[in-house]
Write a protein that binds this ligand. Structure first.
Ligand code: SF4
Length: 117
C-alpha cells in the first residue's frame, strides 16, 4: 500500500532540490525591470567628422553642385553603413561614426546602396 504522507526526509529533500531555482526566478524578475540602455547621441552635422564627409540630416537638402554624385532617393536608411536591420528606424548607428546615431533621412558623401534596398 502507498503511504500518502511524505516522510520528513522526502520533504527536506524536495525543499533542497527547489532552492537553486529561487535565485533564477529572482534574477529573471529583476532582469526584466532593468531600464533600457541609454541611446547614443545623435551625430551633429557641425561635428568635424560629419563636416568632412558632408553629412546632412536631410538628404533633400544636399547641395547637388558640391555633391554631383548624389542622386535623389539616397539616404542613410538605404545605405550600406546603416547598422540596423530596421531600415525604417528614425535613428541608427552608422559604421563610419562610432558612438553616434545618424538620422534615417540623412546622407553623406560615402553613401553606398545597401543590398536589397
Ligand atoms: S555612411 Fe551611409 S549611413 Fe552613414 S552617414 Fe553616410 S549615408 Fe548615412
Amino acid at each position: 500500500m502507498n503511504n500518502p504522507k511524505l516522510t520528513r526526509r522526502q520533504i527536506l529533500g524536495a525543499a533542497v532540490l527547489g532552492l537553486p531555482a529561487i535565485p533564477v526566478v529572482v534574477e529573471t524578475a529583476f532582469a526584466q525591470a532593468k531600464p533600457a540602455a541609454a541611446a547614443l547621441p545623435v551625430l551633429s552635422p557641425t561635428e568635424p567628422a560629419a563636416k568632412a564627409l558632408g553629412y546632412v540630416e536631410d538628404a533633400k537638402k544636399v547641395d547637388a553642385k558640391t555633391n554631383p554624385n548624389f542622386k535623389a532617393g539616397q539616404h542613410c536608411g538605404n545605405c550600406l553603413q546603416w547598422a540596423d536591420k530596421n531600415r525604417q528606424a528614425p535613428l541608427a548607428k552608422c559604421n563610419l561614426f562610432p558612438g553616434k546615431q545618424v538620422k534615417n533621412p540623412g546622407w553623406c558623401k560615402v553613401w553606398v546602396k545597401a543590398p536589397g534596398t
